[in-house]
Design a protein around this ligand. Structure first.
Ligand code: ADP
Length: 520
């Protein structure tokens, strides 16, 4: 307003200075002088001011400089032309000025935006921790969108410590989260769509995509907006902006919001990855500690156990029969302790292995030899595919015998006395498959994987079977240490089949490696 009056005053001064020279001046001189004032006014105050000054100049020009003077009438029809040409030039010039100015403003705003974004990107990259990067993002949004509160909510992972809220909030301004906001965050993450709370309290869904905000909201003013944050195709949290006086959104701000939301999603993803890595580290460390404790405890237990057994044996020689029970129990404890030590060594990868090329026949015969005494009359049927060529594999003979012996012992333990146990060996692709099959009750499907976990014994296992649930865990660990597998399957017709797979070796490969000249 003040500026407008100022330019009208300038126009007045121009008129006053031109007036004494009216008779000597051409109309074009006057028109040019007025046009200059109009252009300067448009440059200074924009299109509206330019047009207002042009209107005023039009009247002054007509009143003072076109005969008959001091009226708005015009005597010479050519003067109409001069006057209209003046008006048209002023309007077009004001308009052009306005456009140029708007483009310059736009360019400036974009440069500012770009500056903001690159500063934010740099800040986020340099931040040593994901939390500080996210904090920088929220502050940048508060600054650029001029909103009171900006918060990033990140969904917690299942391994994180349980908390009253399913998300964690990163903000520099306000930590108070109402149940309404918590519910909106839940909806946004589950539905993968934005929500806006309008001034009257109404909630509106915000479709996802560029330039949809301003059109969706129209004249309504949002006091809170919550958007999903996505990483690798899935929503991982939400970005919330709140201002109880209304959040102004235009195209430029929407563009900025989209860019900063992207930064926020990157930051949130980085935070989650950092947490996951820390969790894995903690697990690894606790595993290492557990293994170290197990190794030292089991080692320290074995020495007194040996002493107890030796003393019991000596006492037994004096005629006390109860010492036999002490010896049996000491043996059982010793087996348990060795088993625990084996599991801990296998899981930490510190298990000595002697991989060699061995015929399966050797493995089967060594196994049968070992169980012979303990099995008594219990029948074990070995099938070795008589027509097949010699089966050869790359494995550790001692460890593999231990695995198959364990499987045979389990089969004996868990299947009826009169049913035979079958042991077969075949070549299947790159594997040698050794299967131990029995006609026992089998393993319920929901326990099929768990029986391979250390110390796991299914509900209802008889306490007197003399086992601790370590056998299969050790057997699988030993199989995997030799690059093989150990699996369970229900046997058709009832019972169990445990299959040990070990890497097979081709005989032709073997012959070639034996006859190939040595290079040195
Ligand atoms: P355990 O020393 O207690 O037998 P294992 O690790 O060898 O421990 O076996 C774990 C569990 O798997 C056993 O308690 C048993 O319930 C089940 N299991 C193992 N082998 C068989 C089998 N041949 N038939 C049925 N159940 C079996």
């Amino acid at each position: 307003m003040v500026r407008g009056l100022g330019w009208i005053a300038v126009l007045g001064v121009a008129t006053a200075s031109l007036l004494p020279l009216r008779e000597r001046l051409d109309k074009a001189h006057v028109a040019l002088a007025f046009l200059l004032v109009v252009l300067l006014a448009a440059a200074d105050g924009g299109r509206r001011l330019g047009l207002a000054v042009a209107g005023a100049a039009f009247l002054l020009f007509n009143w003072f400089f076109l005969p008959p003077y001091a009226t708005l009438a015009i005597a010479d029809p050519f003067d109409w032309f001069v006057l209209l040409a003046f008006l048209a030039t002023s309007v077009v010039a004001s308009h052009l000025f306005h456009r140029v100015q708007r483009e310059a403003d736009d360019a400036q705003a974009r440069a500012r935006e770009l500056g903001e974004l690159s500063a934010l990107g740099e800040e986020a990259m340099r931040a040593p921790r994901a939390e500080s990067a996210l904090l920088a993002v929220t502050q940048a949004l508060e600054r650029t969108l001029r909103v009171a509160v900006c918060r990033v909510h990140i969904m917690r992972e299942s391994f994180e410590a349980p908390s009253e809220r399913p998300f964690e909030t990163i903000t520099s301004s306000d930590h108070d989260i109402t149940p309404e906001v918590a519910e909106q965050i839940r909806v946004v993450v589950a539905g993968d769509t934005g929500l806006a709370t309008l001034e009257g309290g109404l909630t509106r869904v915000l479709p996802y995509g560029p330039r949809t905000l301003a059109t969706t909201l129209g004249r309504d003013s949002a006091v809170r907006m919550v958007f999903p944050l996505r990483a690798r195709g899935a929503p991982i949290g939400a970005l919330e902006v709140t201002d109880r006086y209304g959040i102004a959104i235009d195209i430029a701000r929407e563009r900025l919001l989209a860019a900063i939301t992207y930064f926020a999603a990157l930051g949130a993803d980085r935070l989650r990855l950092e947490r996951a890595a820390a969790h894995v580290d903690a697990l690894r460390e606790s595993d290492r500690l557990k293994n170290a404790v197990l190794a030292s405890v089991s080692h320290d237990l074995r020495t007194p156990l040996t002493t107890i057994k030796a003393l019991a044996h000596d006492l037994g020689a004096l005629g006390d029969e109860r010492t036999e029970i002490i010896e049996q129990e000491a043996d059982r404890l010793n087996r348990f302790v060795s088993g625990i030590l084996d599991v801990s060594r296998l899981t930490s990868g510190a298990f000595p292995l002697a991989l060699a090329i061995v015929p399966v026949d050797d493995l089967v015969s060594a196994t049968l030899q070992q169980v012979e005494g303990a099995f008594g009359t219990r029948q074990v049927v070995a099938r070795l595919g008589a027509d097949e060529p010699l089966l050869v594999g790359r494995f550790d003979l001692t460890h593999s015998v231990r695995i198959v012996v364990n499987l045979l012992e389990n089969a004996r333990k868990y299947s009826p006395e009169e049913s035979p146990i079958e042991l077969s060996a075949v070549r299947r692709g790159v594997w040698l498959e050794l299967a131990v099959a029995d006609r026992g009750p089998g393993v319920p499907s929901h326990e099929a994987d768990r029986i391979f976990e250390p110390l796991y014994r299914p509900d209802g296992t008889r306490p007197d079977v003399g086992s601790a649930g370590l056998g299969l865990a050790i057997a699988r660990g030993l199989a995997e240490a030799q690059h093989g597998t150990l699996t369970y399957a229900a046997r058709s017709g009832g019972g169990s089949v445990f299959t040990l797979r070990l890497p097979a070796v081709d005989l032709t490969e073997l012959v070639m490696s034996v006859s190939a000249p040595r290079t040195s």
